[in-house]
Design a protein around this ligand. Structure first.
Ligand code: GAP
Length: 448
């Protein structure tokens, strides 16, 4: 059971997300659609910044990685070969009294033979468990016939395997190298919920890192350990609270059908400790199932073989949730999102001290226009400065820039002409910076 303050935190995040335009309930004016969420004006900025940070870190800043952006709907044979049509299922159990459906592994007690009570109605009238396939079905073309059945991809990974040969031929990579992809995935989850934690439509950031055929376990486990550290560093870079992360070894029999070893990176959400990311050793399972002939030839020995794969798999939505939960800070009456400055929807905000003094407004507009060429910047001239700070704090804007009478040279201290006040979100401290220094100042702070 979670205590009140932990439950409250989730309520506060969901309410702030809606009120400030991070995440809205999907299709709301039609009564909503259960567990569908839309990213609003600030949410899409935060989400894009997360994806950009990941892509920069794992693709652009490395020379052993290339990218891919594949189709969402693939030939159904892909999912036959990958094992998803036969194995990608969760155990479903239905209450014969109230007809609520649950995932067996989420409600079963550890004692075998226990009769399970329905979490909804409390009756002990649960039916026999059955495997429920999570693949999201659709039809291609106008005829809804078996021959036209297709599936939305349940993971981005599979396209990387299917395109492996094309990527290899066009990018001329030698092992080890990786392929990264960001995109939507779909699963007909039995129990979606907890805001954006588990939805039927979500986004993934996945890497398939191809390594030589291992002769001994150390040959793959050293790569596995390397990617484990990379994930730990990513978690720190994204500003996710590392003290709430737990790495859990997934036991034999509980791993996905393709995995020889999996570590889940779990996060302490207010609703419990649950999966944030996964790291798996997929062996040569996927490439072997897709390619009859070995798709890779060793440059020196000429030996052809199926490379093995280490897979760091990240959910974008769960990242955003963990980032918001980690950033949310209350300090007396002050509420602020302590987001990493490069992830914040706005990196700075510019205010004229008073909205009805044209000289202040003109000078502030000029700074706003110049900074927007380099940063994402908000403008605010409503209400008093205190309210504007409060409003920017709540959405995580790291720097607020105020143009006042000193800036114009009309204050007591003439030396302050052409300077502005820059206020730091986390400390609340203000300092005077020359307008000409603003851009390098912000650049150094945001990209330090
Ligand atoms: N290719 C491997 C794979 O898909 P997974 O553990 O099933 O592995 C990877 O999914 C990540 O995708 C998870 O760690 C999580 O971050 C995210 N994810 C999975 N299912 C999700 C869902 N229903 N809603 C939101 N995110 C999900």
């Amino acid at each position: 059971m979670k205590n009140d303050s932990e439950n409250n935190l989730m309520e506060k995040i969901v309410s702030l997300a809606k009120r400030r335009g991070f995440v809205f309930p999907g299709s709301e004016i039609y009564g909503g659609l259960a567990n569908s969420w839309d990213y609003g004006p600030l949410g899409v900025e935060l989400k894009n910044n997360i994806k950009k940070l990941w892509w920069d870190r794992f693709v652009h800043r490395r020379d052993d990685m290339v990218g891919l952006d594949a189709a969402l709907i693939m030939n159904p044979k892909v999912w036959e070969a990958s094992g998803h049509l036969s194995h990608f299922s969760d155990p479903l159990i239905e209450c014969k009294n109230c007809h609520s459906r649950f995932r067996l592994d989420q409600i079963a007690t550890s004692k075998e033979g226990d009769e399970i009570s329905c979490p909804q109605c409390g009756k002990k009238k649960m039916g026999a468990p059955r495997q429920f396939n999570l693949m999201f079905k659709t039809f291609i073309g106008p005829a809804e016939e078996a021959a036209n059945v297709a599936y939305f991809r349940p993971e981005t990974a599979q396209a990387i395997f299917v395109d492996f040969k094309n990527i290899l031929d066009t990018s001329r990579r030698q092992l080890p190298f990786g392929v990264a992809q960001i995109g939507k995935a779909f699963r007909n989850e039995i129990t979606p919920g907890n805001f954006i934690f588990r939805t039927r439509e979500f986004e993934q950031m996945e890497i398939e890192y191809f390594i030589p055929k291992p002769a001994r376990d150390e040959d793959w486990s050293s790569f596995f350990e390397y990617w484990r550290k990379e994930m730990q560093e990513w978690i720190a870079e994204a500003g996710i609270d590392g003290t709430k992360i737990h790495e859990t070894e997934i036991a034999d029999g509980e791993r996905a059908h393709y995995s020889k070893r999996t570590i889940d990176f779990e996060f302490e959400y207010p609703f419990g400790q649950k999966e944030l990311y996964g790291l798996a050793y997929r062996t040569d399972f996927d490439l072997k199932n897709h390619f009859k002939e070995a798709p890779y030839k060793d440059g020196q020995t000429g030996e052809a073989f199926w490379p093995h794969v280490i897979e760091p798999s990240l959910g974008v939505d769960r990242t955003l949730l963990a980032v918001l939960l980690s950033a949310y800070t209350e300090d007396g009456d002050r509420v602020y999102l302590k987001l990493k400055p490069k992830l914040a929807p706005y990196q700075a905000a510019v205010f004229p001290l008073l909205h009805n003094k044209p000289q202040l407004v003109d000078a502030a507009r000029k700074i706003y226009g110049d900074l927007r060429k380099k940063f994402v910047v908000a403008w605010d001239d409503r209400g008093n400065i205190g309210k504007r700070y409060y409003s920017q704090d709540e959405i995580g804007t790291p720097y607020c820039i105020t143009v006042d009478f000193d800036t114009l040279g009309d204050g007591d201290d003439k030396k302050l002409k052409d300077t502005v006040t820059v206020r730091d979100r986390d400390t609340g401290k203000q300092e005077r910076i020359a307008i000409a220094e603003l851009e390098p100042f912000l650049h150094a702070k945001i990209y330090r």
